[in-house]
Write a protein that binds this ligand. Sequence first.
Ligand SMILES: C[S@@+](CC[C@H](N)C(=O)[O-])C[C@H]1O[C@@H](n2cnc3c(N)ncnc32)[C@H](O)[C@@H]1O
Length: 412
Amino acid sequence: MKKLKVGEMFAGVGGFRLGLENTENRMFEITWANQWEPSRRVQHAYDCYTHNFKTGIHSNQDITQVTNHELASTNVDMIVGGFPCQDYSVARSLSGELGIQGKKGVLFWEIARYIQNVAPKYILLENVDRLLKSPASQRGRDFAVMLSTLNELGYDIEWRVINAADYGNAQKRRRVFIFGYRKENHYAQSITKKSAEDIVFKEGFFAKAFPVTDEVYKDRIGTVTLSHDIVEISDNFSYTFHPSGFMRNGEIYTVHTVPQYEKPVTLGEILEEAVDDQYYLSDEKVEKFKYLRGAKKIERITKDGHKYTFSEGGMSETDALDSPARTMLTSESSINRSTHLIKDSKGYRTLTPVEAERLNGFPDNWTDTMAGKMRFFCMGNALVVPLITRMGNEIENIEMQYPDETTQLNLF
Ligand SMILES: C[S@@+](CC[C@H](N)C(=O)[O-])C[C@H]1O[C@@H](n2cnc3c(N)ncnc32)[C@H](O)[C@@H]1O
């Protein structure tokens, strides 16, 4: 079977690769991966990646420094990557009416540059769900800039916010996934004969991989058309995108869908049996956790002397073992309100690195190339691997149905 060559951006410890390498037909071959942790001498994630994956080119360079020539020479069929939510505003560049300029250091532009250089058949991206609403002062602007850019680059786009726990996983981790395919592909031609509604609810990429009910949550449904002028979007666009959507030629349909829930794995089910003493907490630390997790009202004073009351509600004293875990953050190794607190027969403890890996569906000890703190950090950054396998399986279905053209056009 013909392989699909994949370029993995912001590869971290390889969640996308691991997921894609577990698909039914083993169609994906990750031939180029880039991972660079800014301002760190030791490259923990990259070292872990190269330890676990032996084939392909592994690049440990700031992506902004990777040349167009190197990107083009990867010649991949698909680009994947999980990238930060940043400020995607653009301005007209001083050099002329046609040029536009995004903010420096914004990594989405690196994805756009890679797409421009290889014109892959497919793109699959991941981000925090906040992307759909950012920035707070102009809701939806950043996502609209992104959609508009991908539209101009020649892609139809589907997106969906997926909570991993809704589809059988052990963690409530809500992320937006963005799938794009070239407009001239046979798949695109065929899918867009269907209505946007059919695509989102039944026939599209996400509907097939992550089925939803026929229901529209709280009547949240809408359409919007993007201007062709990206600066106009950046300056004026504001709209509330819903968790599911489809875009073709700047015409957007978006709706709040309801998952066909699958029984999740619980936190209790992924816990290790014999846990080392180092993960158990002293009474003092337990008290600190209790305080952090408790309800509180605190008087605070702003820099300019304004008094206000900071308040937050209480959380359960420890994490429930009979439901999926909460979202794991990069701060999981610190004493923090968001850090998981487990109570078992030996006492109170935090998660172990292996449990953190299990919550994301990584094999045990995937990250044991690095010290404990970094293992939690990398898992806080990573994605829930089985979700990617499901998406990979669906891409394989598309490929088998439309084993068409290679669409690699060299745009430079
Ligand atoms: C959200 S994480 C992606 C995690 C990955 N999907 C995984 O499963 O581990 C983003 C990654 O981008 C990397 N990164 C940040 N800035 C970068 C840059 N300028 N060039 C290359 N990689 C960068 C970070 O080190 C981090 O590992």
